[in-house]
Every structure is written in C-alpha cells, then in structure tokens.
Design a protein around this ligand. Structure first.
Ligand code: AGP
Length: 614
C-alpha cells in the first residue's frame, strides 16, 4: 500500500523524507516522490521505480526547503510512471498545491470530467490528481479552507497530505479510511501513513481518526472534526525502538523476523499468564467476565496469514473452551448477512490493523450489535481502535511482506485466549497450570526448532526448481498446511496448495507426479498413523515426500528413513503447540527456495504489506 511522510521544522526536509520512504518500502510500491517548499517556491521530484532511483534523481535535482511531503505509490489507477507518481500538483504561483494520497477516490472520473469542462488539463491517469486540481481550483482563501471545501466532494477513501505556497508553514492532513498518524517532535512535526516512517525522529504519536483534518506547523499542531471544532487528542508513545525496524545482521527482514519469533512469543505472553488463577489475563478486552461467560459463539474474521491463525484458533477454543467457533474470510463476511445471535462476539485477527476487508467486517459486526475484539500488532491502528477491546501481539514491527512472527504470535495469543475462556468454563486449575507450564517452554521450543535451518536449506536446494508443491496436515496442522503453501506462493511464486491430508483422496492426489513434491506435517500425535497412510498413497504414485516429524522417536526415524525422501525433525511438543513449531521449517523453506529463485524475499511482486484498499 502507499506510504506517506510529511515533515515541517528547522531541518532540510529532503533527507528526512527520503529516509522515511526507505522505512516505508516494505509496504510494497512501484514509484516514489517528494514535494518541498523553499519559502514560496514549490519543488516536485518523482520517479517510477524504487526509492533508490528517486535518490539518483534528487542528486541531480535536489529538492530544497524545510517543509515537505513524500510518497511511495502502489498503483491503483494508472500504471507505474513518473507522471502517475505522487506528489500530484496543480495551480500556479502561490496558488499551487501539492498532494500525496493513500486510498481510492471512487468518483474521480465524474470530478475529472467536471474540471476538464472548466478547461483544466490533467497530466496523469490517477484519481489523486483530481484532489490536487480541486483544491487548487478552490484555493481562494487559505489552504485549510480549500481542503475543507473539497473533502465532502470526494467519495471513497483517503489519507491525504497537502502543501501550498499559499501557506508555506503548513502541512494539512485529512483522513477517511486510510490511516494517518502525526509524529510530534521538538520544534518539528511529522505526518505519516504508519508509525514505521516516524522511527528515528519521534516516539510521540497522535492517530488521526476518520473525518478529521489536521494542520501541522514546526511548533504546533491542531486536529479538527468534520464540524470544524478543535479536537483534543491523546498522545501515544510508539513502543518500538529504531533497532526494531532495521535488519540488524540479517540479509532480509523476513529472516530476521523468523529468528525473532522466540522473543516475539515471549513478548506476547509477558504479564499475561497467571499462576494464581492458572489462567491468562488480558488488560484490554473491555468485556467483563459476565459478558464473556455469556458468549455462546465466536466468529473470527481475517485475511491471508491471519486467517490461517484464526483457523488454528478455532481448534484451540473449541478444544479448551468448548465454545463453537466460525472462521470467516473478512472479504466474504463483510457482505454476508448471517442471522444475528446476541451472544456471539466477533474477533478480528490482523497484524497491521489496517486491512480494508477486515476493517469493513469489523464495522459490519459492530453495526449488527456484536461485541468486537481485535488481535492486532500495530498499536493505535484503526482496527485496534475501533474494536471494543482486544489484545496486542507486541511482536514489534513486521517489515517483511510475508508474515512470520505475527502468525506465531497470533497463535500464541489465541492459545492464551483459549486458556482464558476455558478456565471460565470447563478447564480445571490443574489443566490450566499444565498449559501455562507448556506455554512458558514455548520460546525455548521455538529456539530449538530453528536448529533445523541447515537441513531446510539443503532441502530447499533440492526442490527450488519445482513448479508445484502440495502441503498436507490434519487437525491443528491443516491451517499450517495452508500457511506453508501461502508462504511459498507469495515469495517464490511457485504454485502451492494446502489440504487436510485425508482430502488427498478426493481429487488433489491426481496432481501427484515425480515433479510435484508433497510436504506432510506429521509430528507425533493421535493421528500420526492416519497421515502416514496418506503419505504412502503419495509415495505409491511416485510423488516426492518431505515429512515434518517429531525428533527423538527411533520408530518414526526408522520408518521415515524408508518412506520419506526428506525429513525435517522438530522438537516434540503438545499437539496444540505443534502449529507454532511446524510453521517454522515451512517459513524457512519458503525463504530459501525464494532466494534460490532470485525472488525479492522482503518485497515480493504484486504484494503489499498491508492491503488498505478493497
Ligand atoms: C501474509 O504473509 C500476507 N502478507 C498477507 O496474507 C497478510 O497476512 C494479509 O494481507 C492480512 O494482513 P493483516 O494481518 O495485516 O490484516
């Protein structure tokens, strides 16, 4: 998704804006640009391609001034060209306006025709240029008035930053459906699409809400609501330090985040396991025990990897809390019209807290009167703020587009929720204490699991040229089969599918041939033998087999030596913790196969870290 950073203060804006764009690269983009004001002179510099190409352009043509806005664009209207890159500008002299925008203006074509009928010539194919032209057209007084006049004309979503020589000390921001956050410095202020861009500049943040407009100067900031009233906003502290968003000594963010999982899981559990109650504690559910005891059904709604975490949550909560659970793709659930059941709560699972479909599903659930919770990683994100309550992952920024530590942290939180709900119902204190002890051993279990890295790298070399891959798991591990397939798909571009292992017989086994490896998730457990028979079916048809098995069992090792082409051993773990343990070799496998195929692991083609458009 598009990234935005604005700066106003005593320092030259260009280097600050470019550094911010580099921090936003992980969001996925195809062009970048900056606009700065040097006194009353507006400078625009923008290029298709990476931030590095924009920097090359800036070396030839610097963009002077201590106030500026910048943007990384993920194309929604019009291809990735210099002209379509943001900032978009319009007007003349001190009536010029420069705009950067995240979102989609659905009625841009109508507005564009109206402006063209007034003789205005457009330079680009974008919806955003319509905003710039409209503001310039209505810039009769000051910039805030012109923006206020235009916003009601726009249908769709926007996170905007606007500057003009008319008011050269101001950055004007406005938000509807696409996130904007103010960064408050000493004698300088920032405006960004997400807190990552603020790193290294400030940890004080104010999140703009829908229909709010803000005005930033070097020494001050105001936020207004739709009725033009000043809004008092609470200043939050971003609890990430600058090191979190760097690659440290890893070659890629994705590998760093795979290795951060033990610590991320520790952070997810920190302060939330209670020996006294043999249960879990959450400070932000904002639903009291009585409300939670009355819950008769839980609906999880999510997208992508978060949807797979939700599927694990379904098994966990039904097993430990005996509450019926449904898992819904947010993009489907938002349009469905299920009968409303008063004792149903809806839980949105999301790393970014900004996924448009998940946000829409949450809002639809609230409209129907359901209590809502969010399991989310980004503090202060839209979904986190709009849910009635929730649980933060505390996993730190996840920069790699392919989600890894967020997945295992989400499953950790869902395990604790299962314990929490279970101890309100059927779980004894002894059972709760046992789960707490097992959860406390999880970070070390994950550290031990990472020892499989060299073996996984060797296996990746064997299979990096395949065109198809099948992933099979049962029960708790069926969602992990889906997740492993998604990891491989999204960063190596190999076609991969996950299935419940027994489902092989109902069609997918027709895909099996010598060129199509199958990965079986088969750690020790009550259905190990069942999965073994599925493996045999694949072997009988000449399909290569990779097995993920529990270490320390001679019988399994002996069997696998004869049956599987490759085996990855992971530490033995309770069945309900095996999703976390088995996900790690699959993350590493996708990572190394993608590398061997020369793919951009952190910024895979066509993908964005947070899908804030529908
Ligand atoms: C996962 O690797 C993908 N990047 C993607 O499926 C992601 O999980 C999905 O877009 C949901 O994002 P969210 O968790 O931020 O809502």
């Amino acid at each position: 998704m598009c990234g935005i950073l604005g700066y106003v203060g005593p320092r030259e804006a260009e280097p600050i804006l470019v550094e911010g764009l580099r921090r936003l690269e992980y969001r996925g983009y195809d062009s970048a640009g900056v606009a700065t004001l040097d006194g009353h002179k507006l400078h625009i510099r923008k290029k298709a391609g990476r931030v590095a190409e924009l920097c090359e352009h800036l070396r030839e043509r610097p963009s002077p001034g201590c106030l500026g806005i910048s943007h990384t664009r993920w194309a929604t209207h019009g291809g990735a060209t210099d002209l379509n890159a943001h900032p978009h500008w319009a007007g003349e002299g001190d009536g010029q306006v420069a705009v950067v925008h995240n979102g989609v203006i659905e009625n841009y074509a109508v507005l564009k025709r109206q402006l063209e009928a007034e003789g205005i010539i457009f330079r680009s194919q974008t919806d955003t240029e319509v905003i710039a032209q409209l503001i310039a057209y209505h810039l009769n007084g000051d910039l805030v008035e012109a923006v206020r006049k235009v916003l009601p004309m726009l249908k769709g979503t926007y996170g905007l930053a606007v500057i003009s020589p008319r008011n050269p000390e101001w950055i004007v921001g406005a938000r509807l459906g696409s996130p904007l956050v103010l960064g408050l410095g000493e004698g300088e202020n920032f405006l960004a699409s997400d807190p990552t861009a603020l790193m290294g500049n400030t940890t004080k943040a104010v999140y703009l809400q829908d229909h709010q407009l803000c005005v930033l100067t070097a020494d001050d900031w105001q936020i207004y609501d739709a009725q033009r009233s000043l809004v008092s906003a609470n200043i939050q502290t971003i609890d990430w330090d600058i090191g979190d968003a760097d690659k440290a000594n890893f070659p890629h963010y994705m590998l760093k985040e795979i290795y951060e999982q033990p610590e991320a899981i520790e952070n997810a559990m920190r302060g939330r396991l209670s020996d006294a109650d043999s249960s879990a504690h959450f400070g932000g559910l904002n639903l009291d025990a009585q409300q939670l005891r009355r819950v008769e059904r839980i609906i999880f709604t999510a997208c992508g990897t978060s949807y797979h975490a939700a599927l694990v949550g379904e098994y966990l909560i039904e097993e430990f809390a005996r509450i019926p659970v449904e898992v819904e793709y947010a993009s489907e659930f938002r349009y469905r019209n299920p009968p409303v059941d008063r004792n149903t709560i809806v839980i949105a699972i999301t790393q970014s807290g900004e996924t448009a479909d998940t946000l829409a599903a949450l809002r639809e659930s609230k409209r129907k009167g359901h209590p809502t919770l969010a399991v989310c990683n980004v503090v202060g994100s839209t979904i986190a703020r709009e849910a009635d309550g929730g649980v933060y992952l505390h996993a730190g920024p996840e920069i790699g587009v392919a989600s890894t530590k967020a997945f295992t942290s989400q499953v950790t939180v869902l395990t604790m929720l299962a314990l929490y709900f279970g101890r309100m119902r059927h779980l004894s204190s002894l059972q709760g204490a046992k789960m707490i002890s097992e959860l406390r051993s999880l970070p070390d279990l994950v550290r031990k699991t990472l020892h499989c890295h060299d073996e996984v790298r060797r296996i990746a070399e064997k299979y990096s040229d395949v065109n198809n891959m099948l992933y099979m798991g049962r029960q708790y591990l069926y969602p992990v089969a889906l997740e492993g397939a998604l990891k491989l798909k999204e960063i190596s571009y190999i076609h991969a599918e996950g299935y419940p292992a027994a489902e092989m017989k109902h069609g997918p086994i027709a895909l099996v041939d010598e060129q199509t490896p199958s990965i079986f998730l088969m750690p020790r457990g009550p259905i190990f033998e069942k999965v073994m028979s599925n493996l045999e079916e694949v072997k009988a048809r000449g399909g290569p087999v990779i097995a993920i098995c529990s270490e320390g069992d001679d019988e399994i090792a002996d069997y696998m030596a004869h049956k599987a082409d490759d085996v990855i051993y992971v530490p033995d773990a309770p069945e309900y913790l095996q999703p976390i343990v088995t996900a790690i070799p699959l993350q590493l496998l996708a990572y190394h196969i993608a590398l061997l195929r020369g793919c951009d692991v952190d910024k895979p083609r066509n993908l964005a870290k947070s899908v804030t458009v529908e």
